[in-house]
Design a protein. Structure first.
Length: 272
């Protein structure tokens, strides 16, 4: 692990070099840390120069001086991580908040992106009031009171029953998130509307959705697939954290997309 200074924060970064392989940057969900990608680590680090980090106010990264983050602030952190790792262009894979950051980078800084995987995410997540309530709850009572509700949304009942150990791993990440870090990122989501800007994404893009994801729904995934010119949509039999609930399928889908050539939309329709 290394520490990278970005703007007003110190970010905890794990960089696994692989000479000659393309770089892949992983971007975490709200209330988690780089460890949310543990089920991806082995498969991805064999094939890519893998970089994962704790977003500001999450895991062991510091909170900084912004009580309310913006997507631009969070995206600049991600680009600073790439810079510190000596990487000019990378594949991006982000889930939920991580996907929101990835789509912001792909739309605004296309030269930094090889391909983008936007997983269980959305360009717009109203209503604002929900986020204001969550911010107040996190700041006054701590994110711990939000944890069981979050886990209820993030995994299907079947997964809770079959894999309590895996759910416990994610619970621990949620519990270690600082209230201020969590609240600051909620503000970034509250203030986000990328429904127009994602039309400018030129990178080949994989959208992964969860058939049972009630927050970032299959309808959100379809909206993105219809808005981004070179997008392919795959729905997995999972709720929100599809990379944990369906890790093998998630890994295979992501690797095939990053290593293979994405067929143009017309040919894809025939193939599908
Ligand atoms: O908290 C949730 O249930 C959904 C969510 C929004 C952004 C994120 O990372 O998770």
């Amino acid at each position: 692990m290394k520490q990278v200074t970005s703007q007003d924060v110190q970010l905890r970064v794990e960089h696994t070099p692989r000479p000659g392989a393309p770089a892949l940057l992983l971007l975490n969900a709200l209330g988690t840390s780089l460890e949310m990608w543990d089920d991806q680590f082995e498969a991805l680090s064999e094939r890519f120069e893998l970089i994962r980090f704790d977003s500001r106010g999450h895991g062991k990264s510091t909170i900084g001086t912004h009580p309310e983050a913006t997507l631009d602030l969070l995206a600049t952190d991600a680009l600073n991580v790439l810079e510190a790792c000596g990487v000019a262009r990378a594949h991006l894979c982000g889930l939920s908040l991580g996907g929101m950051i990835a789509m912001h980078i792909a739309a605004k800084w296309p030269d930094r992106v090889l391909k983008a995987a936007l997983c269980n995410t959305t360009p717009h997540m109203p209503p604002r009031e929900t986020w204001d309530t969550r911010i107040q709850t996190a700041l006054t009572q701590g994110p711990a009171v939000l944890v069981e509700g979050t886990l209820g949304r993030w995994f299907t009942p079947q997964f809770h029953q079959a894999h309590p150990d895996k759910v416990a791993r994610i619970r621990a990440l949620l519990l270690e998130t600082s209230p201020q870090g969590y609240a600051a990122c909620c503000a970034a989501i509250r203030d986000m509307d990328q429904r127009e800007s994602i039309k400018n994404i030129t990178a080949k893009t994989l959208i992964i959705g969860g058939m049972h994801d009630a927050g970032t729904t299959p309808a959100h995934a379809e909206f993105m697939a219809n808005s981004i010119p070179e997008a392919k949509l795959v729905l997995l039999d999972a709720a929100h954290l599809s990379n944990v609930e369906r890790a093998d399928e998630f890994n295979a889908t992501l690797i095939e997309f990053l290593q293979g050539e994405l067929a143009p939309p017309a040919a894809q329709a025939e193939k599908d």
